[in-house]
Design a binder for this molecule. Structure first.
Ligand code: SF4
Length: 402
């Protein structure tokens, strides 16, 4: 098995996804002796590939630079982010560990971006985390059970995991039940979905409060009976536009504003303040108080910032469709992500992309300006606004006026 830092990150987030992705992973030809020769001759090297073998696993480090110093090599990782992120420390540790296991001295590890330079002092203290993850990987001989986590909502295997957990009648299937809550429920004698579905409110209220207790019980019933449960009929959602903003976090740029206006997709690509003016102009052309729907995203904050920068105020009415959905319905889904929910209501996604993939595609598009790349991003964004509309239609089909 060949493991890069991205693979290690994937494993730490979810061993099952790591396992399922194993056959897909590209196998790089990392046995490049040129790097070893350059290092042996004491040169600094750009984009080296360094590898070592630990517990039958080939670990591959690909830092951006190795700079020769008197007492070894300084490893440099380059980033585009504006601020240092905690996860860079683990990446620094992984690179330094592989490099030293390969027989080279590490003098220091640094993370560089256009906005900061940070020496990672604690890389040695994180090595046990790397080695214990590698030890667990080496013992992975069958597909692990799903372990619900915050990345599930972007995961392509979500429906497989739902089926598997449902077959086992696992409590972990219920949105909001993690390992800790599962332990608490088991302490109350609730061991699986059937127990939870049959539990009385009184049994759970003392621990979870009335709202959450009701939701947990209804969620279990929703899965077992394969049906949507209406908690309370919603008000009809009036005609409005749908908005989804695509963001590039490293530079904190909102580069695409996509709208659905009477079933027509409209978008604004934003590269400069003039483009932002066009978005503001479009929003100001809407009647005062117009509903602007979005799904659980930061759209309201983004638009408010856009207007505030121009010392103006937007008079639209933002409505988070996710909040309305959660308040009124319990669905047989593992995650209430737009992707999963709209799929349940029959929406067919045209791409298999997620937010992370869009960030990479945007970087590629900025570099190449290739039309096929931006078209893919637009398709993804259009799917998001159309899927949000599908959820609105579902809510309205259950509204008190329907
Ligand atoms: S849905 Fe969640 S538990 Fe299942 S493979 Fe994906 S990340 Fe892991």
């Amino acid at each position: 098995m060949v493991v890069s830092f991205e693979d290690l990150e994937d494993f730490l987030a979810c061993p099952k996804r790591f396992f399922k992705n194993l056959p897909k992973k590209e196998r790089m030809n990392f046995h490049n002796e040129t790097f070893s020769l350059l290092l042996k001759s004491g040169f600094s090297v750009e984009k080296p590939v360094v590898h070592c073998r630990v517990q039958e696993i080939e670990l591959v480090a690909m830092p951006d630079f190795l700079v020769k110093e008197a007492d070894g090599w300084r490893i440099i990782l380059k980033k585009t982010a504006k601020r240092f992120k905690d996860k860079y420390s683990l990446e620094a540790s992984f690179n330094a560990f592989v490099f030293s296991q390969a027989g080279w001295n590490v003098s220091s590890v640094e993370v560089h971006s256009d906005h900061f330079v940070r020496k990672v002092e604690n890389w040695r203290t994180l090595v046990p985390l790397v080695t214990s993850a590698v030890a667990s990987m080496s013992k992975l001989d069958s597909e692990p059970m799903p372990s619900p986590n915050r990345t599930c909502r972007h995961c392509e295997f979500i429906e497989d995991c739902e089926r598997e957990l449902l077959d086992k009648k696992s409590l972990l299937l219920v949105n909001g039940i993690g390992k800790e809550t599962e332990k608490v429920l088991k302490g109350l004698g609730i061991n699986d979905l059937e127990d939870l579905a049959a539990a009385s409110d009184e049994k759970l209220v003392g621990v979870f409060g009335p709202e959450r207790a009701k939701r947990l019980i209804y969620s279990a019933r929703s899965f077992l009976e394969e049906r949507v449960i209406v908690l309370e009929k919603p008000e009809k959602m009036p005609e409005g536009i749908v908005l989804d903003v695509e963001n590039y976090p490293p530079d904190e740029i909102d580069f695409l504003y996509g709208f659905l206006v009477r079933n027509e997709y409209r978008y604004f690509l934003v590269d400069n303040p003039q483009d932002e003016d066009r978005v503001v102009g479009f929003l100001e052309s809407l009647p005062k108080g117009s509903p602007v729907y979005h799904y659980h995203g930061p759209e309201q904050r983004k638009v408010d910032q856009l207007f505030r920068r121009r010392k103006r105020k937007f008079f639209g009415n933002f409505i988070d469709v996710y909040t309305v959905l959660r308040r009124h319905f319990v669905l047989p889904v593992f995650s209430y992500s737009l992707k999963r929910v709209a799929k349940l209501f029959g929406y067919q996604w045209r791409t298999n992309l997620n937010g992370y993939a869009i960030v990479n595609l945007y970087e590629k598009w900025v570099e190449t300006r290739e039309e096929s790349i931006i078209n893919l991003i637009l398709q993804y964004n259009e799917d998001d606004v159309r899927a949000t509309k599908v959820v609105i239609d579902f809510i309205n089909s259950h509204s008190s006026f329907s």
